[in-house]
Design a protein. Structure first.
Length: 199
């Protein structure tokens, strides 16, 4: 659930984040209408809690993947929930890149496409890695609710075997496992970002 949703979300979210930056006023693809539209859509999706989004998208999910239950049925809502979040994180990371560096490459006549991938993304790599780390943690939190549509996972274990069967030990064990997973992911993300900063 997490890996598939994350890969698809990055494939959608990274270009979307780049587009958010490039369509801002004064940027190479300055377009206030497209920029405004993207911002509104992203803000709307990010305003909806995942559990509500999950049930709202049931008909759409059924249309896309043929089912709204199980792991397949939860991938679509997870991507819809995570991709805009990643786009915002990518936008923030790319806006941190020194304007002077970008302007220097533009003055040399370097194409916008090359500046995006070889300058902006490269310079923002540590921030992008930290952003993806945050997105993974948020995604894991969302998958905990995916058990409500039969997608399994730790949330499903905590709900069915802990809550419904009045087994607090199962609940506490699930919490401890989640804490360990999050700590490991955050530590790895920090280390990878630190290495990227040195490169």
């Amino acid at each position: 659930m997490v890996s598939i949703s994350l890969v698809i979300s990055i494939i959608i979210g990274l270009p979307l984040g780049i587009l958010l930056v490039l369509t801002r006023p004064g940027k190479s693809l300055d377009n206030k209408y497209l920029s405004g539209f993207l911002n509104v859509i992203i803000n709307i999706i990010r305003s909806v809690p995942f559990i509500i989004l999950l049930f709202t998208l049931l008909p759409f999910t059924r249309f896309i993947v043929g089912t709204s239950m199980g792991v397949r049925g939860v991938i679509v809502p997870l991507v819809v929930f995570t991709a805009p979040y990643i786009a915002r994180l990518m936008e923030s990371a790319l806006l941190e890149v020194d304007k002077g560096v970008i302007e220097a490459y533009e003055a040399m006549g370097i194409r916008t496409r090359d500046i995006i991938w070889h300058v902006m993304v490269r310079e923002a790599k540590p921030s992008i890695i930290l952003g993806i780390t945050i997105a993974v943690i948020g995604l894991i939190g969302a998958t905990a609710m995916a058990g409500l549509v039969g997608a399994g996972g730790l949330g499903d274990v905590a709900y069915r075997f802990g809550h419904l069967r009045y087994e607090p030990v199962v609940m506490y064990a699930t919490i401890v496992i989640l804490i360990i997973i999050i700590q490991v992911i955050q530590t790895l993300g920090n280390q990878i970002a630190a290495r990227a900063k040195k490169d």
